[in-house]
Design a protein. Structure first.
Length: 256
């Protein structure tokens, strides 16, 4: 890692004086996310996380309830496929839901870890466009380099609009921590691929966000039955009356 990058990281960390000292944070030398958006509206995400020193345990917190730029809410459904360390060493991992986040915890993480997961519903299906709005990096980490690659279907080349920006998720974050007055980040498109990266180190409480709009027809919208299944997965409490009725019927049948 270049000395200038670490100097910049140290200066940026000084801007976080308002951040809670008791919160658990991580120090990462690189966070790189590669996302493939499929024509059926699903996505595969591969995150590469590098640390300056080995970690006994690493915990990734993924916000699964996102608020868009106009206040719209979206809940992501995802399935963690694998967590690996180094060259293909599979790790045992644990996941749990807490508030608006999914936590992934992996022991014996070492200095490099890869997390692969499926996103079942990455898109918002709006009136005129389909939108992919994604918070890229963990909000609880100091990160020297943050990078994102999003690959859309080949038919989307030249048909989409994209932007990337930094957003404060904690109080007391200054414009200096966002590296600009409006928080926009450098971005490059190459056919159906979007590349963006934070212009400098990020501190806890700052996330990079990608916002991509694609015209209707390039992605297949999920059927009503599939959306209903997603709803029950996100809100299992709705199944309680049906399960209760089923148990009552079984008990009644057993008792004769």
């Amino acid at each position: 890692m270049a000395r200038g990058c670490w100097v910049g990281l140290a200066i940026t960390c000084m801007l976080l004086s308002a951040h809670s000292a008791g919160a658990r944070t991580w120090t990462l030398s690189k966070f790189e996310s590669s996302i493939i958006l499929n024509e059926d509206g699903s996505a595969v995400v591969v995150e590469t996380i590098e640390c300056p020193r080995p970690l006994n345990t690493y915990e990734r917190r993924i916000p699964v309830r996102a608020t868009g730029p106009h206040g719209s809410r979206h809940t992501f459904m995802l399935d963690v496929l694998e967590v690996t360390a180094g060259p293909g060493k599979r790790l045992v991992f644990h996941t749990w839901r807490e508030g608006d986040s999914l936590h992934i915890q992996a022991p014996d993480a070492g200095k490099s870890i890869n997390i692969t997961y499926d996103l079942w519903n990455p898109l918002r299906y709006l009136g005129g466009d389909d939108e992919f709005y994604w918070v890229v990096n963990p909000p609880d980490a100091t990160i020297a380099n943050t990078l994102l690659r999003v690959t859309l279907p080949a038919s989307a080349a030249g048909e989409f609009r994209a932007q990337g920006f930094l957003r404060a998720t904690a109080p007391g974050i200054s414009d200096a921590a966002l590296w600009s007055n409006d928080g926009r980040v450098p971005m490059h498109t190459d056919g159906p691929t979007v590349l963006m990266g934070a212009p400098g180190p990020l501190v806890p409480g700052v996330v990079m966000v990608a916002d991509i709009f694609v015209p209707k027809g390039l992605f297949r919208e999920p059927a009503l039955a599939r959306r209903a299944w997603w709803f029950t997965q996100m809100n299992p409490i709705v199944l309680l009356p049906a399960v209760t009725l089923l148990v009552m019927l079984v008990l009644r049948r057993v008792k004769g």
